[in-house]
Design a protein around this ligand. Structure first.
Ligand code: AMP
Length: 129
């Protein structure tokens, strides 16, 4: 069965999309550590990031860099943290988290956003790409 992220790529599940190219896809995390918390994924479904082919791994990092710079420009944050975990969803992904405080990097403290807020944040980031 396809991962939830493959279903997002295939438009079977909605998301707040940030960017897409031939091989990669970015969208807002639905349970964010901070406003603008974004996930970047390869379209090819592979569970662990270190199991990606080197070219895909490097491509994912370059794509994440581009999206991360747009987040930094679009939102009020000190910097964008980059984290890889993968304990919840078995489809390799990079977390890009706009950081002002250490607690936002911990995955223990979450923010609740309305659909309108998600849409507004996604539009701000997209405008900087
Ligand atoms: P992890 O696999 O531990 O790196 O975490 C997976 C992340 O995916 C979590 O931060 C979830 O909030 C996020 N997530 C799970 N399902 C969705 C979804 N349908 N849309 C956006 N983000 C999701």
């Amino acid at each position: 069965m396809s991962s939830i992220f493959t279903r997002i790529i295939n438009n079977e599940i909605p998301c707040f999309k940030i960017a897409e190219d031939a091989n990669f896809f970015a969208f807002l995390d639905i349970n964010p550590n901070a406003k603008g918390h974004t996930l970047c994924i390869p379209k090819k479904e592979v569970d662990k990031i270190l199991d990606l082919e080197e070219e895909t791994y490097m491509g994912l990092m370059a794509f994440s860099r581009k999206v991360g710079k747009a987040i930094e420009e679009a939102l009020d944050c000190k910097r964008v943290g980059i984290t890889v975990i993968g304990l919840e969803v078995p489809h390799a992904h990079v977390h890009l988290i706009p950081l002002n405080e250490m607690k936002e990097a911990t995955f223990q403290s979450k923010v609740k956003l309305t659909t309108e807020e998600f849409e507004e944040i996604a539009a701000k980031i997209r405008a900087k790409l």
